[in-house]
Design a protein around this ligand. Structure first.
Ligand code: NAD
Length: 353
């Protein structure tokens, strides 16, 4: 067996329907008495109920979390945490809310209890992002890894079907890239393959019936494994493209991942045969790129970059930005190949089998 390095990140996971009831005990377990609860404006009403369950242990609610953690909001939230004398952060939401908690933890070392309500997976990674003047910077720091994660499928029932599907494909993308990562290893591959299997099995049920708690639980379990995969293995061309499209062209995070993934997999297919065989096996198909595309078609996901705000005239510039300082990738990254990939994603073409 080839040599490898595996880094396990320590966090405690409380998983299950109704697990949110454990939040007060988990805050107490950290020795915290003044929790600042974070949310987006859209989820503020339901998050206030979660804060109320903390009674005197809630220091307040900060409900201005926004996509990609704008620096002004991070600084405002840090100020709120200081002024309220917070000694821990509870994030209730998707990657944007978890990300705001991470921004606070980065400068204050406050512990985070994350309660994810999408499948983004940020709760399992020591990766943070901050956006200043339209430029997103990311980094790794052990202080931002949540100490405790509470996964409660009941909190995901309100995630609309379309966002559930796109967010689930965002999670599958973490797994696919972990399977062919330059620094991948057999342990992460186990989790990545199982993550794809769990998400591919549950997402079609969720898009038909968003209230199916069993499927919601299986998707959240898959998202957990995907988050570990993202945190433990370096990401490649697919994530580079999505960062470019989100960062420089303002395309929505989860939907961009969903649209690009089958095409990025097609780009890498022949250079990462073993990984692709595992992706296909987890999907229950013969070929990974077409299997991913067909799963998305079944989920009713928008399949074209042209449908989510990309302009045809910007494809050349996107290809240049994405190939300027590429991440390690199984197949060498060349501009012509990436431009062809982007054109396919723009038109939503089914990858060749
Ligand atoms: P999001 O957190 O931006 O949420 C999208 C919208 O859905 C928000 O309005 C949110 O309030 C709402 N929402 C979330 N859960 C809901 C629920 N259960 N019911 C109803 N509405 C709900 O979206 P996301 O895709 O989870 O996160 C994207 C962000 O996370 C990006 O900025 C991305 O870069 C970041 N991210 C970071 C990491 C990391 O490791 N640092 C990993 C993945 C994603």
């Amino acid at each position: 067996m080839k040599s490898f390095v595996y880094t396990g990140y320590a966090s405690r996971v409380v998983f299950g329907e109704g697990a949110i009831a454990q939040l007060p005990a988990e805050v107490e377990r950290l020795g915290a008495t003044r929790a600042l609860v974070l949310s987006t404006p859209e989820q503020a009403a339901s998050v206030r109920q979660v804060a109320a369950s903390l009674g005197a242990r809630a220091a307040g609610v900060y409900d201005k979390a926004a996509m990609h953690v704008p620096l002004e909001i991070a600084e405002d939230a840090r100020r709120a945490a200081r002024e309220l004398g917070a000694d821990c952060c509870v994030t209730v939401g998707g990657g944007s809310t978890t990300g705001l908690g991470k921004a606070i933890a980065l400068t204050s070392s406050l512990p985070i209890i994350a309660v994810p309500t999408t499948y983004a997976g940020s709760e399992m990674t020591p990766i943070y992002g901050l956006t200043e003047g339209g430029m997103k910077k990311t980094g790794r720091d052990a202080r931002v890894l949540p100490k405790t994660v509470i996964y409660d499928p009941a909190l995901t029932l309100t995630l609309p079907a379309a966002l559930s599907a796109a967010s689930g494909m965002n999670a599958i993308a973490h797994c696919v890239e972990a399977l062919y990562a330059q620094d991948g290893n057999p342990i992460v591959s186990l989790m990545a393959e199982e993550g794809i299997r769990a998400l591919a099995a549950s997402l079609p049920i969720i898009t038909k019936n968003p209230n199916d708690l069993g499927a919601r639980g299986e998707a959240l379990y898959g998202a957990w494994l995907a988050g570990v995969s993202l945190g433990s293995a370096g990401m490649a061309l697919h994530h580079k493209l999505c960062h470019t499209l989100g960062g420089s062209f303002n395309l929505p995070h989860a939907e961009t991942h969903a649209i690009v993934l089958p095409h990025a997999a097609r780009y890498n297919r022949d250079a990462a045969r073993e990984a692709m065989a595992r992706v296909a096996r987890a999907l229950g198909t013969k070929d990974a790129p077409t299997g991913l595309y067909d799963l998305e078609a079944k989920l009713g996901i928008r399949m074209k970059l042209s449908e989510i705000g990309m302009q045809r005239a910007d494809l050349e510039r996107a290809a240049s930005i994405a190939t300027e300082s590429p991440y390690p990738n199984p197949r060498p990254v060349d501009r012509a190949g990436v431009l062809a990939l982007l054109r396919d994603a723009y038109e939503g073409r089914r990858p060749e089998a």
